[in-house]
Design a protein around this ligand. Structure first.
Ligand code: GTB
Length: 215
């Protein structure tokens, strides 16, 4: 059955791979599943046809036969459950890998999103310079224990898993801030993720969309 995902017709990041379709592309590349991409404009995302797939009018979505789902976490989890390569067979190891997916999305990503919003939307506010260090410290509050837990391991719990895919994807959004470099083992962890052939195929595919001539 054909897998179809949605992605930005033009990502605001110009192809840096930060839009969330990259996570889904990466998961599909890791498990070796071919997929098609339907590109949507910001206007089309808010129209009934897309809202039927994604109630919040966002990307990515995922369709496979009669199945239509949204939310990157749910999509990557679905891929990892249905195709081998992203979750261990052992039940306990599998539960721990899933835990890291949730930790990435629920515990690590929120302060990173807050930092992104502050840098993007609050720069002209009189209180920006005072608030920014507080927001950065909230990010450090997540990075420091993550760095301790990772230690000198390659991945968070044994072999690379969907948990690592999600955590690396979340941490990638920090690159512009420089905060990642304060934790050399986390910077190396992200670099290991980016070096994976599947990540490179996913990155190149989204880049090709964003570098294509408009029209
Ligand atoms: N919780 C949802 C999920 O994980 O799937 C969040 C989905 C989401 O935020 N989608 C964004 C979207 O569709 C694109 S990825 N936004 C349009 C809208 O809400 O109208 C977020 C994103 C966008 C742009 C960049 N960037 O340019 O750097 C990075 C990340």
């Amino acid at each position: 059955m054909t897998i179809t995902i949605t992605a930005f017709e033009r990502s605001p990041d110009g192809g840096k791979g930060l839009a969330r379709d990259t996570r889904v592309r990466w998961a599909l590349e890791e498990v070796g599943q071919p997929y098609e991409v339907r590109l949507v404009s910001f206007r089309a995302m808010k129209e009934p046809a897309h809202l039927a797939l994604h109630p919040f009018g966002q990307i990515p979505t995922y369709q496979e036969g009669a199945l239509a789902i949204f939310e990157t976490g749910a999509i990557v989890f679905h891929i990892a459950e249905h195709y081998p390569g992203l979750l261990p067979q052992d039940a306990d190891a599998r539960a721990r890998a899933i835990t890291w997916m949730f930790a990435a999305l629920n515990t690590v990503e929120p302060p990173i999103l807050e930092l992104g919003n502050a840098r993007l939307l609050e720069r002209d506010k009189p209180w920006y310079a005072e608030r920014l260090p507080l927001v950065e410290d909230r990010v450090r509050g997540r990075l420091a224990p993550l760095s301790t837990r990772l230690g000198d391991a390659d991945w968070l719990d044994g072999p690379f898993s969907a948990g690592d895919l999600m955590m690396v994807s979340v941490l990638l959004r920090l690159r512009a801030s420089g905060l990642l470099d304060e934790y050399p083992n986390l910077a190396a962890y992200v670099a290991r993720g980016e070096a994976r052939p599947a990540y490179n195929r996913a990155f190149d595919a989204q880049l090709a969309v964003n570098k294509a001539p408009a029209g």
